[in-house]
Design a protein around this ligand. Structure first.
Ligand SMILES: NC(=O)c1ccc[n+]([C@@H]2O[C@H](COP(=O)([O-])OP(=O)(O)OC[C@H]3O[C@@H](n4cnc5c(N)ncnc54)[C@H](OP(=O)(O)O)[C@@H]3O)[C@@H](O)[C@H]2O)c1
Length: 267
């Protein structure tokens, strides 16, 4: 595996095995995204409420990386008209398609069937290559499918050794849905955990590198956010080692349903 490696979505399209999160990059977005692309990051995750779309658009326009080799993930919000919002967000990103457009979170009183049909139309019209969901339970995904919707390509949820769910992973595998891991570094809150630090030191790696590698070996797709250049470099330097089966099991066993954001969104 290397930074250009991909996972296959059920539609047959490839998606990079890891990406860059951009929540709270704010004014540094353009510079940080340019640096990330230079280091070999190929997937960028954004949302209108991160404020990072214009900076990402500028970084892609000014950087030396072809749009076709960059994988852009964007999201529609619960109050949006999904089709119109997709067009608007693409304008901000200065591009004419998203590689993946997600429903950011299910609306409070439905599974978002209306948003989903807007995204299906956006896909048909070429505004999005693939479509998916975020913060969805298995039941909410089933409700979308039962309503005649197509199978989401991705569910993007909070995911780390400290907070994950075998049942969700089994469900996604059974349905052919790729699980994207947000807040994969626990928003830096659990990086000094003793067990994690112990495993990291045995591999001569850092705690964030172990958290990212744990995802890569499970086939889940981490989206670590980093503003600082040395963090960007460290987080993509994860392709020269492998965690043993035994240590993978020890990392799995750290699960305490921990959520850096308050509660796991899919339980
Ligand atoms: N769909 C959703 O509802 C949803 C929700 C939350 C997040 N997300 C997405 O997932 C992305 C990642 O999640 P996140 O931003 O919540 O948190 P995260 O990636 O778990 O953690 C980011 C924090 O870790 C620090 N960090 C990064 N690399 C590090 C390293 N090597 N050593 C030490 N600290 C390091 C960063 O510091 P610096 O920035 O200072 O480098 C930042 O403070 C978001 O940016 C967003 O794109 C999606």
């Amino acid at each position: 595996m290397n930074p250009n490696a991909t996972v296959a979505l059920h539609t047959g399209h490839p998606m990079p095995v890891m990406g860059l999160g951009t929540w709270q990059l704010t004014k540094d977005t353009e510079e940080t995204v340019q640096a990330a692309l230079g280091l070999g990051y190929r997937m960028i995750d954004t949302s209108s409420d991160y404020g990072s779309q214009p900076g990402i658009g500028e970084a892609i326009k000014r950087g030396g990386t072809d749009r076709s080799s960059i994988y852009l993930v964007a999201k529609v919000e619960e109050m949006d008209d999904a089709y119109d919002a997709t067009r608007r967000y693409l304008d901000e990103l200065q591009t004419d398609y998203a590689d993946l457009m997600l429903i950011h979170r299910p609306p409070p009183t439905s599974a978002g069937e209306q948003l989903w049909s807007g995204l299906m139309r956006a896909k048909q019209d070429g505004l999005a290559r693939d479509i998916g969901v975020s913060n969805y339970t298995t039941g909410q995904i089933e409700a979308l499918i039962d309503a005649g919707g197509e199978m989401p390509a991705v569910n993007q949820i909070e995911w780390s050794p400290f907070g994950h769910s075998q049942a969700m992973l089994d469900y996604c595998r059974k349905r052919g849905i790729v699980l994207q891991a947000y807040s994969p570094l626990t928003r830096a809150r659990r990086l000094t955990d003793d067990a994690l630090a112990g495993i990291a030191s045995r591999y001569g790696k850092t705690a964030p590198q172990i958290l990212i590698r744990w995802n890569l070996q499970r086939g889940t797709v981490p989206l670590p956010k980093a503003n600082q250049k040395h963090h960007l470099e460290e987080n993509i330097d994860v392709f020269d080692f492998a965690i043993s089966d035994e240590d993978m099991a020890s990392l799995d066993a750290l699960n305490e349903r921990y959520s850096a954001l308050g509660s796991l969104p899919y339980e």
